[in-house]
Design a protein around this ligand. Structure first.
Ligand SMILES: [Fe+2]
Ligand SMILES: [Fe+2]
Length: 217
């Protein structure tokens, strides 16, 4: 919640300071070029389809974190709420798709997320793999949040701009939840150090994206 309050305050400050991209960032190293929003808006059926599947995958990720770490009562409780919220987001997106006469296409490959998954540690202790899985989730939430912000500020479609603003706030809360759980459940991981490594890796990775009609592309 603390990070969330900072996040909202920074949005207000950013309007005054005209340094939106630098200030907003949730620690992200690189902001998305607003021209990506124009690319995204040029094919709404495509971006909405990709977005719908992003929400489904976020729900699945929360469920598998629950399944593999069921001994942590608070995590099970909070991630159940997140899984439900992500499927509600999925429902909202497919409602927009159908209302506009589009068709929900097949699931799109998410190369960005696959690259992040490769960066996650899997060969250390069980706790290390668990913490990195939480940081992996936090990373995706942070970038998704930033992308939704870019859409909310730069697309012409008023209904979708509002929709993406609301989702941006929700994903910021998810980001905070995952990062806080990483700090709480760490046994042998320096979470702040490892989070900086994630941010550095993601900052380089995202330079290759921002050119397609997908949430992370
Ligand atoms: Fe979501
Ligand atoms: Fe989320």
């Amino acid at each position: 919640m603390f990070c969330y309050i900072i996040f909202i305050n920074l949005i207000d400050i950013s309007k005054l300071a005209n340094r939106k991209n630098e200030i907003f960032m949730l620690g992200l190293k690189l902001s998305t070029d607003p021209r990506w929003a124009i690319i995204a808006e040029s094919n709404l059926e495509e971006i909405l389809t990709d977005h719908a599947w992003c929400e489904q995958k976020a729900a699945s990720n929360a469920i598998s974190l629950i399944a593999y770490n069921s001994e942590h009562q608070e995590l099970v409780h909070e991630l159940t709420i997140i899984a439900i919220e992500e499927m509600q987001h999925f429902q909202m997106v497919i409602d927009i798709i159908h209302k506009r006469g589009y068709t929900l296409g097949r699931e799109r490959k998410d190369d960005y997320v696959n690259q992040l998954m490769k960066f996650a540690k899997k060969d250390g202790s069980r706790n290390m793999a668990f913490i990195d899985r939480l940081l992996f989730a936090a990373m995706i939430e942070a970038r998704s949040c930033e992308r939704f912000r870019v859409l909310s500020q730069h697309i012409n479609d008023k209904e979708l701009a509002k929709f993406y603003y609301d989702l941006m706030v929700s994903e910021a809360n998810h980001y905070t939840t995952f990062l806080n759980f990483a700090r709480r459940y760490s046994v042998d991981v320096d979470v702040d150090k490892r989070w900086k490594e994630w941010l550095t890796f993601e900052g380089k990775l995202i330079q290759h994206y921002g050119k397609t009609q997908t949430v992370h592309g």
